[in-house]
Design a protein around this ligand. Structure first.
Ligand code: GLP
Length: 241
């Protein structure tokens, strides 16, 4: 696991965007695994700037997101579909048919999970997977206690996760209780993983991750079982090291 420490969120976002742009320049048909949350926002902004400032194009890229809330249809203002549209897709040239997220309002959640894992296997492996880090160590929505061999599945969100994400909703009561997420084993199928963590409120989680105690109580620790993981953190997220 490589650890890269940056001065601040801006520097971290620039470095992450450089890695993504390098990946797409080397292979214009790359498969990018994408995440939601506040942390990748800087990266997505820089990727958007890359279109106008650096002549980047994503027209052959496929993207596959980690997760989606259950109960929110794609057009719901708080769905991860809408999040990705607003923060990335409407600013870059990834064809709509190449943008993949789980459907949060399927007829059958079980079938949707199966469909999504099959999709991952058919367009994958993911060349570069972007991850954020939950304060409780979750990646995607794999909450503490998740077995590492599970593929895309339905999860009940931890109270801490709903509290952390309440800022995107009016109140915690509006945060969905369940989500569809790629599993740990789905995530570990990627060729390369880039985990981003920024700010003081991630310092404890970063410290726990770097202790290398591989346990299902801290799902991100399973990243130690992958041969090509880079952690990009800013100074604040690294302050307990
Ligand atoms: C959500 C997402 C995760 C993300 C996490 C951290 O729970 N499902 O994929 O990594 O939030 O979010 P943030 O970057 O806002 O701290």
């Amino acid at each position: 696991m490589n650890v890269l420490v940056f001065e601040d969120f801006e520097a971290l976002s620039i470095a992450a965007a450089k890695r993504v742009e390098q990946q797409v320049r080397e292979n214009s048909a790359s498969v990018l695994g994408l995440a939601t949350g506040s942390t990748p926002l800087g990266l997505y902004r820089k990727m958007s700037e890359g279109i106008t400032k650096r002549g980047m194009s994503y027209r052959n890229v496929q993207t596959i997101n980690l997760d989606e809330y259950i109960g929110l249809d794609p057009l719901h203002p708080r769905s991860y579909h809408t999040f990705m549209d607003e923060h990335l897709f409407k600013h870059v040239d990834i064809p709509e048919e190449n943008q993949h997220l789980p459907n949060g309002k399927p007829d059958s959640v079980e079938e949707e999970c199966l469909r999504y894992e099959n999709l991952l296997d058919s367009i994958g492996p993911v060349d570069l997977q972007i991850l954020g880090l939950g304060t409780n160590g979750h990646i995607g929505f794999n909450e503490p206690g998740t077995e590492p061999d599970i593929e895309t599945h339905c999860v009940q969100l931890a109270d801490t996760t709903r509290e952390d994400n309440a800022r995107f909703f009016g109140s915690i009561d509006e945060v969905p209780t369940h989500a569809i997420t790629m599993g740990i084993s789905s995530i570990l199928k990627s060729k390369e993983i880039l985990l981003l963590a920024s700010g003081k409120n991630k310092a404890e989680a970063v410290k726990t991750l770097l202790e290398k105690n591989i346990t299902k109580e801290f799902p991100a620790s399973f990243l130690w079982n992958h041969p090509n993981v880079t952690i990009m953190v800013d100074r604040e997220a690294y302050e307990l090291m």
